[in-house]
Design a protein around this ligand. Structure first.
Ligand SMILES: C[S@@+](CC[C@H](N)C(=O)[O-])C[C@H]1O[C@@H](n2cnc3c(N)ncnc32)[C@H](O)[C@@H]1O
Length: 266
């Protein structure tokens, strides 16, 4: 068996697992844009990865800006676009904590960041910088759909998820494990294993990292500090007709955030 690390250096295997819900996610995001936001056509995806969602948005006629820290993921994103789609999409290599685009200030209708990517930001300062800069890019009535798992600090068992996907003749089995959260350090140890088997192939890609942790109070406090208010909360079923009810035990959340209205003085 061949061994590698860093699943983001292998975008096609990443997408074999996470690409399956793309249309459903985009249906949901566009419904969020219509119901909670402006319904306008300029979209932004921080940490856009291999571009499954930016490509889907462009296919539906929208303008999209995406950025990501990983060059292999961005290359995959560029390769998948036809020349016509390339005119609708702008991709940058940048970090969530420092992305800046003065030409976009106050112009974005909908920003989105799903599947817990926000939790890569490993300090309160980094998370705050990301939220504040994204807020500045939004139109006053624009929204940021931010999806991530909240943390139950009382949890005593590991969380595990398993998916199976295919790339041509190869089978991809993905196992993700979240270890026990450390309340003081505000982080959980994460491990992802992608096992790829097929004719002449047996590959294991193992990636370890830490995700920052948030309970509901910590998340709400951070949004407030960044000048964002929560308009609604959904879960990873991505259904606009079933928002998360107050007191729900579900930890998978999509927060719909909007810039706090600017209060006029005097
Ligand atoms: C789980 S993937 C999500 C990709 C894409 N948003 C999607 O839904 O398919 C996480 C992505 O975050 C990127 N990433 C991690 N930390 C980052 C950071 N600090 N700034 C920008 N991108 C980051 C990784 O390179 C990877 O492409």
């Amino acid at each position: 068996m061949e061994r590698r690390s860093d699943w983001y250096a292998h975008p096609k295997y990443y997408e074999a697992i996470f690409g399956t819900d793309t249309e459903k996610e985009m249906d949901f995001l566009l419904a969020v844009n219509r119901v909670h936001g402006t319904g306008g056509s300029l979209l932004l995806e921080p940490a856009c990865g291999a571009g499954r969602l930016v490509a889907e948005a462009a296919r539906r006629g929208l303008q999209v800006v995406g950025y990501d820290i990983s060059q292999p993921m961005l290359e995959h994103a560029r390769k998948r676009l036809s020349p016509a789609r390339r005119r609708q999409i702008r991709l940058f290599q940048s970090r969530m904590e420092s992305f800046s685009a003065p030409e976009l200030e106050g112009r974005v209708d909908l920003a989105f960041n799903l599947v817990s990517t926000f939790r890569y930001l490993d300090s309160e300062a980094a998370a705050l910088a990301h939220l504040e800069s994204t807020r500045r890019l939004l139109k006053p009535e624009g929204v940021y759909a931010l999806g991530f798992h909240l943390t139950d600090y009382a949890r005593t068992t590991f969380e595990r998820e398993r998916w199976v996907g295919r790339v041509g003749k190869d089978t991809v089995i993905c196992n993700t494990r979240e270890g026990l959260p450390d309340r003081r350090l505000r982080r959980s140890p994460m491990r992802n294993r992608l096992r790829i088997t097929g004719p002449g192939k047996d590959l294991l890609i193992e990636t370890e990292w830490f995700f920052r942790t948030y309970d509901l109070l910590q998340a709400r406090r951070l949004f407030r500090a960044a000048g964002l208010r929560v308009l609604a909360t959904y879960d990873f079923d991505y259904r606009l007709d079933t928002p998360v009810r107050r007191g729900s035990a579900r930890l998978d959340r999509v927060f719909i955030l909007q810039p706090e209205p600017v209060t006029q003085v005097g």
